[in-house]
Design a protein around this ligand. Structure first.
Ligand SMILES: *Cc1c(COP(=O)(O)O)cnc(C)c1O
Length: 399
């Protein structure tokens, strides 16, 4: 059965993804099933998207209800769910204004455009550059891949977009040296996700904020992966006592429906007036009705508390594996974005997990990354830990 499906995929679609050879057909909670009926405990969560798990009634009920009322009319008109979601995001964040997009990359495009437009009007024509971080990830459109600090994402696509420069993450001095008259913003992820779950030093984000204030430039935080409760607070920057000027969201915002958002302070609103930026689909009644229910559920149903609690339990159990198996270099992360850096390649371990009915992710070749739904249970974590322990124990020992 699966062979036929995969053969067709290989024939009809671009081969842009190195996919695993399973065909998933159903999901519920933290479990997904393939065409052959095999179950997998899902610690990837659609890449930090399915915070409420698979087949959440919150999603399906909002979808059904809104799809019977109004799906799409374009942004030529006001629609009610879009306004409701914007209000809820504003009431629960530093921000005053929201622009809806359809993906993380698009939300970041909007952030880059807003920063440039604001700077042109407030700082003058010279200040257009954005300082980004090495090892970062901001998306695959031309501007966002340019902003991404990883060569493999850019290779073959030059000439790139003008106006981005790079410094190492957690290196304040390097950042201070790059922030010249030509800079309008600093853009970074509070925790680098694709980059290998790299944590900021405890005082780093605060220092970046102070530098931006001193220089009168913008701080843009990309919370596409770590926002929406993933770290145990609604937004990751809340752990560090800093507020950005612009923040982007996407992944878990719609629990699987495509939606992105760019949030900003009131002072930036005049730079994005009528006709400056637009998208046909951004913030349709359908996706915003779902995202509103998802956000209300995150805020009201103890999901973020569960994330905090299960996150620290999961991290402890990963750390106990690290004490036992010498090739584990470090366990990092916060809430339910956890990384385990190995000094061996992780792809074989991902495959072994899959064979035993567990989905996990590996990034940067050697970092196992865990992004389960935020509703994950202790007993599901225990099952994965036991399986990892067994797989690690069977690996050939290095001499
Ligand atoms: C996934 C991701 C993006 C890109 O989001 P898409 O929806 O794939 O365009 C941008 N920034 C970060 C931090 C991400 O993790």
């Amino acid at each position: 059965m699966s062979e036929k499906t995969i053969e067709q995929a290989d024939k009809y679609m671009f081969q842009t993804y190195g996919r695993f050879p399973i065909v998933l057909v159903k999901g519920e909670g933290c479990t997904v099933w393939d065409e052959e009926g095999k179950a997998y405990l899902d610690f990837v969560g659609g890449l930090a998207v399915c915070a409420l798990g698979h087949s959440s009634l919150v999603v399906s009920e909002a979808l059904l209800e809104q799809s019977r009322r109004l799906v799409h009319v374009s942004n030529l008109y006001y629609t009610v769910p879009q306004i409701e979601l914007a209000r809820l995001l504003v009431e629960n964040s530093f921000a005053d204004r929201v622009f809806f997009a359809n993906s993380g990359a698009e939300a970041n495009e909007a952030a880059i455009k807003l920063a440039r437009k604001w700077a042109k009007e407030s700082l003058g024509p010279r200040a257009y550059k954005i300082v980004c971080m090495e090892n970062s990830f901001h998306g695959r459109t031309m501007a966002t891949l340019t902003a991404t600090g990883q060569e493999k994402v850019k290779k073959g696509f030059d000439p790139l977009v003008n106006g981005f420069k790079f410094v190492p993450f957690n290196d304040l001095e390097a950042l201070e040296n790059e922030v010249d008259e030509d800079v309008c913003a600093v853009m970074l992820e509070p925790i680098q996700g694709e980059g290998g779950v790299i944590m900021p030093d405890p005082d780093y984000l605060g220092a970046v904020r102070r530098l931006c204030d001193q220089k009168g430039i913008l701080l843009i935080l990309d919370e596409v992966q770590v926002g929406m409760g993933r770290t145990g607070k609604l937004f990751a920057h809340e752990h560090y006592g800093v507020e950005p000027d612009i923040m982007t969201l996407a992944k878990a915002l719609g629990n699987g429906l495509p939606i992105g958002a760019m949030l900003a302070r009131e002072a930036l609103a005049p730079a994005f007036g009528p006709g400056t930026h637009a998208t046909t689909f951004g913030g349709t009644p359908l996706v915003t009705a779902v995202a509103t229910r998802v956000l209300q559920t995150l805020l009201e149903q103890g999901i973020i508390e569960n994330c905090r609690e299960m996150g620290s339990y999961f991290k402890e159990r990963l750390q106990s594996l690290a004490e036992k198996h010498g090739f584990i270099k470090e366990v990092r992360g916060q809430g339910l974005i956890l990384g385990m850096e190995l000094d061996i390649e992780g792809s074989g371990i991902v495959k072994e997990c899959m064979a035993r009915g567990f989905l996990i992710n590996c990034t940067q070749d050697k970092v196992l990354r865990f992004l389960p739904p935020l509703i994950v249970k202790r007993q599901e974590i225990d099952q994965l830990i036991d399986t990892l322990d067994e797989i690690f124990g069977q690996l050939p020992k290095k001499e």
